[in-house]
Design a protein around this ligand. Structure first.
Ligand SMILES: Nc1nc2c(ncn2[C@@H]2O[C@H](COP(=O)(O)OP(=O)(O)OP(=O)(O)O)[C@@H](O)[C@H]2O)c(=O)[nH]1
Ligand SMILES: [Mg+2]
Length: 360
């Protein structure tokens, strides 16, 4: 799973990237304007607890890859230039974090000359809508020509879906807010539309703006927060300093600043929601492992996440929910209470299930 960090120049993208990935980029790496990427372990106290109980050789967290998508050119006046190179880099991500600048900093002027949250969000939205629209338009034209020559049913099925997308985009709405059936989503997936990607708006605040967070969120809820869009607030400058401290020290300082949750933890929680994913666990002497799975997936698909052999030779799955396991203290006790079960392929996995695959 890959999440791209985008945003206007000097909004704090690289600051956020370094904070959540706990990497430190030196100035020469920053100057190269290369895309930075790093894999982040998804913190999960439940996995830590299981590791404490099973004492395996390894604890393996679920991971998310974050990309600091550089390449948004600064124009003559400092305004953003959405080149096709930049847009094609954004396309490959599963979800996007848009950093929106609210902090004031005279040393780094905002490219548009002033701080304006909604304007900055609309700049991106408009560019993404235009980009998607041109793809939809071209494709509709091509299909209409091809349909005359062939009797390809797939093309006939695709056309009305694209026309529906065109209308949504023409009304200046992102595709992620549209009512799309699973089939429609599947057909559209190949186009990697920018406005179809789940979007997390990350407001970058100065420490003295903490009191205004609710006010900003209210404005967003009224206008921008729709389906598949969420928002978080973080404190770029402070959090990058804290990310260099030990976890314990960072926690103490965060409390001092009144920051309840780190940018990483907020990002991951919200990203899981907008991506529609959840975690399940496997446990044992070798490793305790958290895995990421689309919500609504069955245990057969979960087995496939672990190993293709588990998918191919699946027999049954032993399932107990984390909460039940902790409550009863062991698999045997959970079994006595009926909380440990054998499930077939069709069982829909729940967030926090501990699963053992029986396979041939
Ligand atoms: N005061 C203040 N300064 C910040 C904050 N976040 C970032 N900055 C500063 O703003 C400047 C730009 O931050 P970056 O993280 O490099 O921004 P960016 O979006 O990656 O910028 P480009 O990659 O050049 O588009 C840096 O000098 C940061 O130190 C913040 O929350 N408060
Ligand atoms: Mg940067």
């Amino acid at each position: 799973m890959q999440i791209g960090i985008v945003g206007l120049p000097f909004s704090g993208k690289t600051t956020l990237f370094q904070t959540i990935t706990k990497t430190h980029l030196d100035p020469s790496a920053l100057a190269k304007m290369e895309t930075h990427q790093a894999v982040v372990r998804v913190p999960d106290p439940r996995l830590d607890k299981l590791t404490e109980i099973f004492k395996p050789k390894r604890e393996i967290n679920a991971t998310i890859e974050f990309v600091d998508v550089v390449g948004l050119q600064k124009g003559e006046t400092g305004s953003a230039q959405f080149t096709s190179n930049f847009l094609s880099k954004v396309k490959t991500n599963d979800a996007l974090v848009q950093v929106v600048r609210l902090f004031e900093n005279e040393l780094v002027p905002h490219p548009s000359g002033s701080i304006d949250m909604l304007r900055d969000i609309y700049i991106f939205e408009t560019e993404f809508i235009i980009s998607d629209m041109s793809i939809v338009e071209n494709r509709i034209d091509r299909i209409k020509k091809q349909i005359l020559k062939t009797s390809d049913d797939n093309l006939k099925r695709e056309l009305p879906i694209l026309e529906k997308c065109y209308e949504i985009l023409q009304n200046e709405k992102p595709l992620r807010e549209a009512d799309l059936t699973l089939d429609e989503q599947k057909i559209l997936r190949t186009y990697q539309f920018l406005t179809l990607k789940p979007m997390l708006i990350a407001l970058n605040l100065d420490e003295n703006q903490g009191k205004e967070v609710d006010n900003y969120f209210n404005q967003l809820v009224k206008t921008k927060i729709g389906r598949n869009t969420q928002a978080i607030a973080f404190f770029g400058q402070i959090e990058i300093e804290l990310s260099e401290l030990s976890d314990e020290d960072a926690k103490a300082f965060m409390e001092g600043y009144g920051i309840k949750e780190s940018a990483l933890s907020k990002l991951i929680n919200e990203a899981y929601k907008i991506l529609g994913v959840q975690s399940f666990f496997t446990v044992g002497e070798e490793e305790c492992h958290a895995w990421t799975l689309k919500k609504g997936s069955n245990v057969h698909e979960a087995a496939g996440e672990i190993h293709s052999d588990f998918f191919d030779k699946f027999i049954r799955a032993e399932v107990v929910h984390y909460n039940d396991f902790i409550q009863y203290g062991s698999f045997a006790k959970a079994k006595e209470h009926g909380a440990w079960r054998l499930e077939g392929k069709e069982y829909i996995v729940k967030d926090g299930d501990i699963i053992t695959i029986r396979h041939g």
